[in-house]
Design a binder for this molecule. Sequence first.
Ligand SMILES: Nc1ncnc2c1ncn2[C@@H]1O[C@H](COP(=O)(O)OP(=O)(O)OP(=O)(O)O)[C@@H](O)[C@H]1O
Ligand SMILES: [Mg+2]
Length: 245
Amino acid sequence: MLEYRNVHKSFDAGAGPLPVIKDFTMTIREGEFIVLLGPSGCGKSTLLRITAGLEPTSMGEVLIGGRPPDLRRRHRLGFVFQEPALMPWRDLVSNVTLGLEIRGVPKAERERQAGELLGLLGLKGFERYYPHQVSGGMKHRVAIARAYIVDPIILLMDEPFVALDAQTRESLQRDLQDLWQRRKKTVIFVTHNLEEAILIGTRIVVLSSRPATVLLDCKVELPMPRDPVSREFVALRQELRGLLV
Ligand SMILES: Nc1ncnc2c1ncn2[C@@H]1O[C@H](COP(=O)(O)OP(=O)(O)OP(=O)(O)O)[C@@H](O)[C@H]1O
Ligand SMILES: [Mg+2]
């Protein structure tokens, strides 16, 4: 379980403190797929960094399983950013196995696990390719596998698909959703794309402009895979758009 208790965050940006997050309180259960929406600059990335223990809070606390994020637990957090940032000198399998190497998992076992994940993400047959030999969408799949392989307690995804064309993005959304259905993780996924939010989230949290407060926190009960032209889908999209203008 992930808990935020009255989290405040200000940055000291020269001309006095800049309040970014204001009194953020939320409980996230294991296996929830949270989508975080909010205007640019409202503090979404900051909240992810605080969750990972990469940034301290100014007041309040974050608790993962009842304890603040610490170095040991941080190793069990998965991060996926806009840029896949693969290591060009490693093939796809060796990019995925990195987190297991650090933990001393034997080579055969880590390659088995990486191969399985790459297969689930549609990359069977590409295991020995190098990053420059595959497409942008494929690199993103590798980044997801790399985050997943350490069996993270929480997977933090900061606009992971923003740089992709619409078609590639849709196929990645589907594959991420499939992977998550098979291997449930607690995910916090930041996006600006309302359709994406409703397609993949089990719970959508909308933040206000800075300092961020919660404008909406709603469970999405529609069955998966979701139909973007269904009445409920369209109604929810309208509601979200109304909050984000
Ligand atoms: N290290 C820092 N020092 C000072 N100010 C910072 C720092 N990091 C973030 N900020 C400020 O905090 C605010 C929130 O930034 P953040 O990156 O969390 O926004 P965001 O919601 O992720 O925006 P976007 O949707 O554009 O990615 C911004 O005004 C930014 O300038
Ligand atoms: Mg951001």
